[in-house]
Design a protein around this ligand. Structure first.
Ligand code: ZN
Ligand code: MN
Length: 490
């Protein structure tokens, strides 16, 4: 590689809020949006003498996710206190897992169906459970220039998923997050709502720069506060550029400066220095004496494995092999979620033309769902209705553009294919009648016939147009075919 060329090296830490009714160590509700400090108790606000008790459902969801991420599950795991002071952490420590997390050494395959990068196996270093802190609200109450704390979120269960630094571009970072989020949705362990903070991303990024003396690594920077996947992509691209410029100017390499934490400013599209990053020794981790360690029976792991269902990667592979869909189409369908894939499969079983079914779902069905803001479960056209319509298109009973009108009527007026076609005056044209019509047209248009014979087959379009005027139900593709045949034979 040339001098000054570089590789971007990215590792991501994702905090996933698990979908439990209650908090990790107490029975307070985790519901989002309640008035501040109405979902708290002595345990989650850290009053002396209160005792935490582990939420088994949170552990079950964490285990299920870890198994889906191909992690090793040790039979013994424990809780540790991560000590630091911050106003939104009244106990003065966060209950987390340090040296014996509930899972480690997994992986997640990511791929790019558009071919922008090759498939990559991203190693997962660990996934552990911990509690969330409260929320500081700075000037968020109109007219007041003060800061307040809401502890409703304190103690909410988070699964922290830490990847190895295996990602090599901003696009790959985004693809990893997209795949992880999709997996969590299929597992039904989190609602993954980024606006409500159910999925929070910190990124570690640095560069490996090629020099005449070999590769040098720039200092690792942790970027906080990246709250959308697009922001992650942009923050990574910005940070790579910034680190490269610093390296050019100063030649600064790893080991010469301490790790740094920077925050992403989404408005200005820049990262800004925040503080020196703590080393883990700064947190003075030690085992939490209030909580018993968890001994994980093999039945829990087996149960988690049995409950996984078909996961996105397997599902894509199956759609490609069972229905001969190309990777891009399989990707679009699977990314929409299990319900849409079910809709596709039911339609494709009733109308064995999966490519056509997939196209219609991607274009017309998804467009309608977006316009109406409804999930596929509430879509007025059932799979057998769509299959019936597409079968009619396949038979040539109705052409594609008129079929779109039929579809629209099925959606708007909740009609069957039959009703919608009758309502639009569409009826399949009898084969003999169509041949008669074409014969007339060929006889009446010697100019067009001469053009076609003279090597301009596109001239046939004029006949197709005339046919449609005489009988709107005439299928353009069939008319074209029959007319060309007649000209050929005459
Ligand atoms: Zn509580
Ligand atoms: Mn954490």
């Amino acid at each position: 590689m040339s001098d000054g060329g570089y590789t971007i090296v990215i590792g991501l830490e994702v905090h996933v809020q698990l979908k439990t009714r209650t908090k990790l160590f107490c029975r307070c509700s985790t519901r989002f949006g309640a008035p501040p400090n109405t979902q708290t108790c002595p345990v989650c606000i850290g009053l002396p003498g209160s005792l935490p008790v582990m939420n088994r459902e949170a552990f079950r969801l964490a285990l299920k996710t870890a198994v889906a991420l191909n992690c090793d599950i040790p039979s013994f795991t424990k809780w540790d206190r991560k000590n630091y002071y911050y106003p939104d952490l009244p106990k003065g420590y966060q209950i987390s897992q340090y040296d014996l997390p509930l899972s480690r050494y997994g992986h997640l395959w990511i791929r790019d169906a558009k071919g922008q990068f090759p498939s990559r196996r991203v190693r997962i270093l660990r996934a552990h459970l911990e509690e969330d802190a409260g929320k500081s609200m700075h000037d968020e109450i109109a007219g007041r220039a003060d800061s307040r704390i809401d502890l409703n979120r304190a103690g909410t269960p988070l699964l922290e998923v830490v990847s190895q630094p295996d990602l090599r571009s901003p696009g790959e970072a985004k693809a990893y997050l997209t795949e992880l989020k999709l997996l969590l949705a299929y597992l039904d362990v989190s609602d993954c709502n980024m606006q409500e903070g159910s999925l929070r991303v910190d990124a570690n990024v640095n560069l490996h720069v090629d020099t005449a003396e070999g590769q040098v690594a720039t200092p690792i920077v942790e970027i906080k506060n990246v709250n959308s996947f697009r922001a992650v992509e942009r923050a990574m691209a910005f940070e790579a550029r910034r680190q490269y410029d610093v390296w050019r100017e100063t030649g600064q390499a790893l080991g010469q400066v301490p790790k740094q934490t920077r925050g992403w400013d989404d408005q200005m599209q820049v990262t800004r220095a925040q503080r020196h990053k703590e080393e883990s020794s700064d947190y003075r981790y030690f085992p939490d004496p209030d909580l018993v360690p968890v001994v994980v029976p093999t039945e829990w792991i087996e149960e988690a494995r049995a409950g996984l269902g078909e996961l996105p990667a397997e599902l894509r592979a199956r759609l490609e092999s069972d229905y001969q869909l190309d990777p891009y189409d399989a990707d679009v369908l699977v990314n929409q979620g299990r319900e849409l894939v079910d809709y596709f499969e039911r339609t494709a079983r009733a109308c064995p033309d999966p490519k056509r079914v997939s196209n219609w779902i991607q274009q017309d069905v998804l467009r309608t769902l977006n316009e109406q803001g409804i999930p596929i479960g509430q879509f007025p056209v059932q799979p057998d209705g769509l299959a019936e319509l597409l079968s009619a298109v396949r038979r040539g009973d109705v052409d594609t553009s008129r079929a779109k009108e039929v579809f629209q009527r099925m959606v708007d007026a909740r009609q069957t294919v039959r009703q919608a076609m009758d309502g639009l005056g569409i009826s399949p044209v009898d084969a003999d009648a169509l041949v008669r019509l074409c014969r007339e047209l060929v006889t009446e248009n010697p100019g067009v016939v001469a053009d076609v014979r003279g090597g301009k087959p596109q001239a046939i379009g004029a006949l197709v147009g005339q046919a449609r005027k005489r009988n709107p139900n005439a299928n353009p593709a069939r008319v074209r075919e029959i007319c060309l045949q007649l000209i050929d034979q005459s």
